[in-house]
Design a protein around this ligand. Sequence first.
Ligand SMILES: [Zn+2]
Length: 188
Amino acid sequence: MSVEQELMTRSGSKCELCASIENLSVMEVSPSDGSVQKSILVCSTCKEQVEDKEKMDANHWHCLNDSMWSEEDAVKVVAYRMLSRIASEGWPQDLLDMLYLEDDVKAWAEAGLADENREPTRDSNGTILEAGDSVSVIKDLVVKGAGFTAKQGTTVKNIHLVPGNHEQIEGRVNGTKIVLLSCYLKKL
Ligand SMILES: [Zn+2]
């Protein structure tokens, strides 16, 4: 079966975001490997607005009230990105607060959001950092509130980007989730 046929079966031949049955097509959810799991079936209205920020009509996205509870990670990822985008334009973010994503799904969602950010997060060398990257700390950093120092040379794996702040990343050091300034990091 083709990806499109599988998605038609999965969705009941409906847009997986707004349930429209018109003008359906496959949209890969970046970063995608082309698999069914990383694709969703969408109508042309949803697709256009997901792909072009300028065309977004926040009223259309009331549909996420239902679709954000999908069992498909790819649908939740798109819901998270659209709700983040809507919140960044000053609309209420109560749905975004309710949407729970597993860590790996959230990293996927944020990887795509990072692409949309005007300002990429950069390390001390100006290299762009993405969710899931590993970085090394380039100088001893006192971690306020955590009571320890992140030593120079500490490796932080599987970092998360901070939406709306390109000077920070989140990562685990000594098992504690902390915020680090990207200018003190080097991508590995
Ligand atoms: Zn739709």
